[in-house]
Ligand binder design. Sequence first.
Ligand SMILES: Cc1cc(C)cc(-c2cc(NC(=O)[C@H]3COCCO3)[nH]n2)c1
Length: 227
Amino acid sequence: SSRSATGDAAYDASAIQVLEGLEAVRKRPGMYIGSTGERGLHHLIWEIVDNAVDEALAGHCDRIVVTVLADGGIRVEDNGRGIPTDTAPGQELPALTLALTVLHAGGKFGGGGYKVSGGLHGVGVSVVNALSSHVVAEVKNRGHLWRQTFTVGVPDGGLEQVRPLEPGERTGTTVTFWASPDIFETTHYNFETITSRIREMAFLNKGLEIVVRDERPAADEVADAVE
Ligand SMILES: Cc1cc(C)cc(-c2cc(NC(=O)[C@H]3COCCO3)[nH]n2)c1
């Protein structure tokens, strides 16, 4: 390939390091999210929303939308600057790919240290990726919509440039994830749990609008459907 031999070696070594990192999270999820029960399941949402709130704390985002999808996935969208989609000098991969696949030191419950919220982008999102059967990351920045999808933490392909942004279309980041059913005892979210925690976050961040939506059919609708 066009890369130098060392480039390839470095690239392969870092790819292996990424896989080992994600595997470590899947082997001992409790070290990173506390438990694989209902609390751990909801912790995935807090990890993602924390990143969007950090962008609001940085003064670049004033609206976050959290949606519980009909199929049990969670979508978190903000109108911030967008996770960087360029490849930094000396890097092999775009910052977005690195944010979702490189395990950062200092997981919440293990791996040394503690999570400092406010200003640290993406400390925990690679953990969410490792513990999700599927993740879709979409970023609007640099005049385009970019997308990259992941299966059990591994990129399905490279970062794709999907389309140019419409005139006036705002920048932002959207991450959608489906918690892995073979890791979590339950993958059913409790809407009340989400809204009460999000309400606290909104109180702590005046000026930030956080919308929470539930697209799942209401229980009685499901009952009707069963008949
Ligand atoms: C919904 C969601 C999920 C995740 C993992 C990150 C984010 C996120 C991350 C950021 N911003 C950044 O990463 C910073 C980093 O540097 C310049 C661009 O803005 N905004 N929003 C949003």
